[in-house]
Design a protein around this ligand. Structure first.
Ligand SMILES: [Zn+2]
Length: 212
C-alpha cells in the first residue's frame, strides 16, 4: 500500500489486514523489532540510524525478506511503508515470485488536505503511534501522552510532502502499468476509503488471476 504521510494509509492497511486475516507488515515496526532483537541486519540498521543515515536499500530489503519468510505471511500480507524505491520494488517482485499476484494500491489525497490533516494530527510522544480519533489523552498502545506536532509549520509539512512526491513518482510509474495496480481516492471518509480498498483488492487480484 502506497501513499504520502497523512493519507490514512496506516489505518487502511490495518483494517485490510484485519478483515483478510493477514499480518500487517509496517517497515517502521519490523525495523524496530529487528533492532531490538539484535538480528545481524538489525545491528547494521541500528548502526546506520545511530550515524544519522537512512537505512540502506540492501538492509531494508533483507529485513522485509526475513519477515515475509515467516509462517504467518505464507498466505499473504499487507505491506505498509515498503517499497520506497524502485530498487526495493524490484526486490519485492523477486520475493513474491510464485506466491500469487502483488496487488498495489496507491492512496491519493490532495496536498492541501494532507497539510491540514498533518497539522492537526496527534501522535504519541512516547512511541510515535498515530492517535486514533477516539483516543482521549493517552496512547492506547503504550499509555504515553499524546502531542500535536506544533513544531511542524505548513512550510515544513509541504516540503516533506514534496520530498515524498519526488521519491515515490518513479515507484508509481513502475507499478501503474500493471493490471494489479489501483489508485484509491483517499479524500473521503475513512469507512468509504475502506470499502474502496476492499473492492480494489478483489478487482486487482482477479485481474492478476486470483479470486479472493
Ligand atoms: Zn504510545
Amino acid at each position: 500500500m502506497l501513499g504520502p504521510p497523512g493519507a490514512g494509509k496506516g489505518t487502511q492497511a490495518e483494517r485490510l489486514a484485519q478483515t483478510r486475516g493477514l499480518p500487517r507488515i509496517s517497515t517502521g515496526d519490523i525495523l524496530r523489532e529487528a533492532v531490538q532483537e539484535g538480528t545481524p541486519l538489525g545491528a547494521v540498521a541500528k548502526a546506520n540510524m545511530d550515524a544519522g543515515r537512512l537505512v540502506s536499500d540492501d538492509v531494508m530489503i533483507g529485513i522485509v525478506q526475513d519477515r515475509l519468510d515467516r509462517d504467518d505471511a505464507r498466505c499473504g500480507f499487507v505491506l505498509d511503508g515498503f517499497p520506497r524505491t524502485v530498487e526495493q520494488a524490484s526486490a519485492l517482485d523477486r520475493m513474491v515470485d510464485g506466491r500469487g499476484p502483488l496487488v498495489v494500491l496507491d492512496v491519493v489525497v490532495p496536498e492541501d488536505v494532507l497539510v491540514r490533516r498533518l497539522a492537526t494530527r496527534r501522535i504519541c510522544g512516547k512511541c510515535g503511534a498515530n492517535a486514533a480519533v477516539q483516543w482521549k489523552n493517552k496512547c492506547e498502545k503504550c499509555g504515553g501522552r499524546l502531542v500535536t506536532r506544533v513544531d511542524d509549520g505548513d512550510d515544513i509539512l509541504r516540503e516533506r510532502l514534496k520530498v515524498y512526491q519526488r521519491q515515490s513518482q518513479p515507484l508509481v510509474e513502475y507499478y501503474s502499468v500493471r493490471n494489479t495496480f489501483r489508485s484509491i481516492d483517499g479524500n473521503q471518509p475513512a469507512d468509504v476509503v475502506t470499502a474502496a480498498v476492499d473492492a480494489a483488492v478483489n478487482a486487482a487480484a482477479s485481474a492478476g488471476g486470483v479470486t479472493l
